[in-house]
Ligand binder design. Structure first.
Ligand code: DGY
Length: 330
């Protein structure tokens, strides 16, 4: 008999087919977001779960699902996993990094360009039938080329964003927990390491790419926004909660910064409605990695992790290595 797997969200049919070679599946192609109670019920007797960031895996859940051995998210971000709890309950936790770096970097650029050049604002105006004549000062925006790009968080995605800046003759500055070595800086568009204050003060366009953690909560708040140029744009493709959305709305209303491009929000998908009253924001529904090829590649990574766990191998993207002491995997 095959071990049982819960596919907690809707997923590509070819991924379901692939998984069915290894597991007895319970699917959710209606894409219902299960509450913890529903997840607990569905996870009874399951060996593993394929999930997304919507599934919270913590002590409360894990203490009720003793059969569970592996949780595999189709995302690079794993702030929904309490890794210490996973280890305590002997559950391997895995994510799906790397394959999304370039696609996500492309999208950071799309948001930055759209924000600086007021693309969606202009389109809404056109669609509403307001366009009667060409005007020299219609939708004047900010240049991207030749300006200073600031990157907060210089991991793999941050570096992919930075590399693209070469083609736009930009000066790239960054702040990160640790400084990159000189060759990595040179590959990343000649990025220059600066302290957080300098990053906020000097960036014409600031992109936030840090992973969410308790320490990163409201890393960009009232005080940080106050240090930015009034002409600056801010892009967040990382996670909701890293930017204080209420403070950002105030800053945008009062034009203390020029505009923002946001793919992630606090409390998404029920984000702060204040954003909808603003014309100087570009809003997208957490789609930075959403190209057909990349989402499929992420799902395939998640499958590889599950199959490795099933076959007694170390999953390639294991997040809690210390769990190995509690499993039969060598
Ligand atoms: C990720 O991979 O973390 C994306 O944000 C999708 O959740």
């Amino acid at each position: 008999m095959k071990p049982k797997l819960l596919i907690a969200r809707a997923i590509f049919p070819e991924i379901v087919e692939k998984l069915s070679n290894y597991f007895e599946l319970e699917e959710n192609q209606d894409d219902i977001i299960f509450s913890e109670t529903e997840l607990v019920a569905r996870l009874q007797g399951k060996f593993g779960m394929l999930c997304t960031s919507s599934a919270r895996v913590n002590t409360s859940l894990l203490s009720q699902v003793p059969s569970l051995k592996v949780v595999s998210t189709i995302a690079v971000g794993y702030d929904n996993f309490d890794l210490a709890a996973c280890t305590k309950f002997g559950v391997m936790a895995t994510n799906a990094p790397d394959v999304l770096n370039e696609t996500t970097a492309d999208f950071a650029w799309a948001l930055m360009m759209a924000t600086a050049r007021r693309v969606t604002e202009a389109e809404h105006w056109l669609r509403a039938g307001h366009w009667e004549k060409w005007s020299y000062n219609a939708f004047l925006g900010a240049d991207v080329h030749g300006t200073t790009l600031g990157i907060l968080g210089m991991g793999r995605i941050g570096r992919a964003i930075a590399r693209r800046a070469r083609g736009f003759d930009m000066r790239v500055i960054y702040h990160n927990r640790s400084r990159l070595d000189p060759s990595a800086e040179s590959e990343a568009g000649g990025a220059i390491y600066v302290d957080k204050e300098t990053l906020l003060r000097d960036s014409d366009h600031l992109i936030v790419v840090v992973p969410y953690s308790a320490a990163a909560h409201h890393l960009i708040g009232e005080a940080e926004l106050a240090q930015m140029k009034s002409s600056a744009t801010l892009v967040n493709i990382a996670r909701g909660g890293i930017v204080d959305d209420a403070a950002l709305i105030r800053a945008l209303q009062e034009k203390r910064i020029a505009a923002a491009g946001l793919d992630v929000f606090e409390n998404e998908p029920r984000f702060n409605p204040g954003f909808l009253t603003l014309s100087n924001v570009v809003l997208t529904p957490h789609i930075a990695s959403a190209s057909q090829a990349t989402r499929l590649a992420m799902a395939n990574k998640a499958v590889d992790n599950l199959v490795a766990a099933l076959e007694g191998r170390v999953p390639p993207n294991l997040l809690n290595n210390d769990v190995l002491q509690k499993t039969s995997i060598e």
